[in-house]
Ligand binder design. Structure first.
Ligand SMILES: [Zn+2]
Length: 121
């Protein structure tokens, strides 16, 4: 009887130690997961910031034509010259919409810049 109760105590100690170590292990795993998620989030946000900066620089350069003048505003639409729907058409000052190809040929035909900030008094 004494032996049995002593072994029961040991068993209880063993179970409680096991439980405690499981709880500790669980907390450690949770901490590791949180830390990993945090590190991944930081890396991603840095990468995104870098990508945004690169894209901004690219967009800034794309807004300028080779001669240094800015392109007219653009958006999705239909080209007035070739009639094709395009992801990028330039909105000219006179209301026409031209795809990049037609805009380029227009630029070649009329050497004068199409984007003149006309000041009508
Ligand atoms: Zn076109």
């Amino acid at each position: 009887m004494l032996l049995a109760s002593r072994s029961f105590d040991r068993w209880e100690v063993f179970v409680s130690t096991l439980f405690t170590s499981f709880v500790l292990l669980f907390l450690l795993i949770v901490l590791a997961v949180v830390a990993t998620a945090l590190v991944i989030a930081i890396i991603r946000s840095r990468r995104r910031e870098r990508a945004v900066a690169a894209e901004r620089e690219k967009a800034r350069l794309a807004k300028l034509r080779p001669d240094g003048l800015p392109f007219p505003p653009h958006g999705r639409g239909m080209c007035a010259a070739c009639g094709k729907a395009s992801e990028k058409v330039y909105f000219l000052g006179d209301g026409r919409r031209l795809c990049p190809r037609c805009y380029e040929s227009l630029e070649m035909n009329a050497a004068a810049p199409a984007v003149s900030a006309g000041g009508e008094g």
